[in-house]
Write a protein that binds this ligand. Structure first.
Ligand code: UD1
Length: 429
């Protein structure tokens, strides 16, 4: 298994191109199931999760075509996928596939909407705690699907198609909102989604669905109205930049020091994280082609942060911020309100010398002057990258094991950081 080796203490200077967002790419690929025409997606990141979803969609009969290299292409450019679900041959998503990637459960909605039935394995638990799908099921029930749980599978039927309805989420859920949107797009009648997630990836999927002929308004607000249409067509859509990748590299620069342009990043996608970085002592400036982040000389100030649904501080940046605060000049508090048990990185950061105590959903981080390199490993994607951030500012060598977590969500991480001066390499085998 690959490992990443980092020797800390180098500043970061240069440019990091920001890839297309993983969390938009996955539902966009899944939306291809809603039409028998081809959906073309540009700016798709090269990630293990994207490759896995290609396989999962292939099992339903979807063809994914990736054009070969063109003159002038850079390995850091996004890829283009031509996705065609002309004939869906199988409406079952088996446990072996769904258990590898939770978001693949979302095929449930377009399969029922287009085919009138779906049989999708329940995903099971995951490293960041229990992650139920009750609200996704509720959304489709409100659109008229009949749902049963049989042998670990959710079986949904809507033989006469889905019907528009009202979906009021008791809790903000990204997956629930994607499910509601995809189901309602092909339902008969109008659907109103209340307390919808406002994450930018929801807006991106809604934009693409509208290009495909859907009638969605209000995406990006907490009330979305969808007028169902009888069929959707093909379209071409470019994936929006990854705000979590942006925030992660911004924190890496704040941690290591230096001056980096995050090329293609859009500040409005992560304003709350940029505000926290400014409080922490980094200089953050929007430019015409991205966001510049710098920290020269000044120390890191402690902060108080609580994760929240968008536009609040993203749970997917919580571990990275904790790594940064481990070297702050004082005590910080970070409260995690979205996922229980999303603190698996705490013990690994402690191996590098961080002083963190947990009390329920709040972590207290006592900043230390020095971190020291060590072998570490992590159990999820964002936790793994928090260890990379800590390692950039630790004395000596850190080895991050189980790199496959990083490859799920960060494209060419060692390449992007290495080009800015980090001493980082992948050790294969
Ligand atoms: C998505 C993101 C993930 C991010 C999360 C929160 C993708 C592929 N993943 O995950 O990176 O961390 O949003 O921003 O886009 N919940 C229920 N019942 C449900 C569904 C969710 O109780 O049926 C709860 C969850 O346990 C959690 C909260 O709702 O406490 C938010 O989860 P949700 O927004 O649904 O997360 P995901 O869509 O799985």
């Amino acid at each position: 298994m690959d490992r990443i080796r980092i020797v800390g203490g180098r500043k970061l200077n240069g440019t990091i191109p920001i890839s297309g967002a993983k969390n938009a790419t996955l539902p966009l690929m899944i939306a291809s199931l809603l039409t028998d025409e081809t959906l073309v997606l540009d700016n798709v990141p090269r990630l293990a999760d994207v490759a896995l979803l290609q396989r999962i969609l292939g099992n339903h009969g979807v063809d994914v075509m990736v054009p070969g290299k063109r003159p002038g292409d850079s390995p850091l450019d996004g890829q283009t996928l031509h996705i065609s679900a002309k004939r869906i041959v199988d409406t079952t998503a088996p446990y072996e596939l769904v258990s590898k990637m939770r978001a693949s459960f979302w095929v449930f909605a377009p399969l029922v909407a287009r085919m009138g039935e779906a049989r999708v394995s329940l995903p099971g638990g995951c490293a960041i705690g229990t992650r139920p799908v009750d609200l996704l099921i509720m959304a489709l029930e409100n659109l008229g699907a009949e749902i049963e749980i049989e042998g670990g599978y959710v079986v949904a039927r809507a033989k006469k198609g889905l019907k528009g309805g009202e979906i009021r989420f008791p809790k903000v859920t990204v997956g629930g909102t994607h499910t509601a949107l995809m189901g309602a797009a092909l339902a008969n009648g109008t659907t109103v989604i209340e307390n919808a997630a406002r994450e930018p990836e929801i807006g991106d999927v809604a934009d693409c669905l509208n290009k495909m002929g859907a009638k969605i308004s209000g995406a990006g607000t907490s009330r979305i109205v969808v007028e169902g249409v009888a069929r959707l067509n093909g379209a071409r859509h470019s994936v929006l930049p990854d705000r979590i990748e942006t925030g992660t590299y911004a924190m890496a620069v704040a941690m290591a020091g230096g001056d980096v342009l995050l090329e293609g990043a859009r500040p409005e996608l992560l304003q709350s994280a940029l505000d926290v970085l400014t409080q922490a002592g980094a200089t953050v400036a929007a430019t015409n082609n991205g966001i510049r982040v710098a920290r020269n000389g000044a120390g890191i100030n402690p902060v108080e942060v609580t994760t929240a649904p968008f536009p609040g501080f993203a749970t997917d940046l919580q571990a990275q911020l904790m790594a940064l605060m481990s070297k702050a000049k004082g005590t910080s508090h970070i409260t995690e309100t979205i996922f229980e048990n999303r603190f698996m990185h705490v013990q690994e950061l402690a191996r590098l010398g961080a002083r963190i105590t947990l009390n329920g959903e709040t972590a207290t981080i006592h900043g230390v002057d020095r971190l020291r390199g060590a072998p570490v490993m992590a159990t999820d994607l964002r936790a793994s990258v928090s260890l990379v951030i800590a390692a950039l500012a630790a004395d000596g060598e850190t080895t991050v094991n189980r790199v496959y977590h990083l490859d799920r969500g960060f494209e060419r991480l060692e390449d992007k950081l290495g080009r800015c001066g980090a001493a980082i390499e992948r050790v294969t085998g």
